[in-house]
Design a protein around this ligand. Structure first.
Ligand SMILES: NC(=O)c1ccc[n+]([C@@H]2O[C@H](COP(=O)([O-])OP(=O)(O)OC[C@H]3O[C@@H](n4cnc5c(N)ncnc54)[C@H](OP(=O)(O)O)[C@@H]3O)[C@@H](O)[C@H]2O)c1
Length: 212
């Protein structure tokens, strides 16, 4: 699969490393081409000179930028995203006042409104970057939830998520991104309140068809 990742930070690099390891062709962009080149070198992937170049031939476009940069990025891409599968990994984070974030909306739905001809799915946001490149805890495969309205787009994202080591789970329509975004925030709040080392990931216990 050809994966275009916008953002070369913690998440961009973790997914690029995992993606190339799984045999995908990954291209990264950042605000500056130099940053993208640095990240590409560290992850065996390719650097794009612009966001446009990163998405041009991509089967999956991963949006791995801070939530407050999403509108800027979408504004610069416009019709280039038409027909593309966008994997939204973003989280709004407010640990002091979580209610500001848990307001019944989601970044993924916002992105879908801004890019109506793209197929947006929510994934990865509930995992820490360290677990995206190694989605196992004590030999247990972490759950990789994907929410989205377009079935073909969701299948593509599930295929990618499984290829890099998560247990792929269809989490329902794009509105379920609200729950996945809350899970991302919950995982962050749990680390802070319990002084945990930011290495936990989500795994649903019980009879869920997982033989592990
Ligand atoms: N870190 C985690 O463990 C984690 C886990 C789950 C979800 N998330 C979410 O994933 C997103 C990315 O997090 P992160 O930790 O990877 O952030 P980060 O390390 O700060 O990296 C953000 C990246 O976005 C790039 N960027 C910003 N504006 C851009 C633009 N206009 N065009 C292209 N690239 C742009 C930055 O470019 P430069 O390098 O040039 O500055 C940087 O490479 C956030 O929404 C975060 O909430 C993070």
């Amino acid at each position: 699969m050809k994966i275009g990742i916008i953002g070369s930070g913690n998440v961009g690099k973790a997914l690029a490393a995992a993606g190339t390891r799984a045999g995908h062709t990954v291209t990264l962009s950042a605000r500056s081409p130099e940053k993208a080149q640095e990240a590409a070198k560290a992850t065996n992937s390719h650097a794009a000179g612009s966001n446009q170049e990163a998405v041009k031939d991509a089967d999956l476009v991963v949006l791995a930028v801070p939530a407050d940069k999403v509108d800027e990025v979408l504004g610069s891409l416009a019709s280039e995203l038409d027909g593309k599968v966008i994997v939204d990994v973003t989280n709004r984070v407010d640990v002091k006042d979580p209610g500001q974030v848990l307001d019944g909306s989601s970044m993924a739905e916002h992105i879908q409104k801004r890019a109506p001809k793209a197929h947006v799915v929510k994934a990865f946001n509930y995992a820490f970057a360290s677990k995206m490149s190694d989605p196992k805890v004590g030999g247990t495969r972490l759950d990789g939830f994907v929410a989205g309205d377009d079935e073909a787009a969701k299948q593509k994202a599930l295929e990618f998520i499984e290829s890099i080591g998560f247990r792929p789970l269809d989490a329902g329509p794009l509105t379920m991104a609200r729950a996945l975004e809350a899970m991302g925030l919950l995982n962050i709040v749990l680390q802070i309140r319990n002084n945990w080392p930011w290495q936990s990931g989500w795994k649903l216990a019980g009879p869920t068809g997982d033989e592990e």
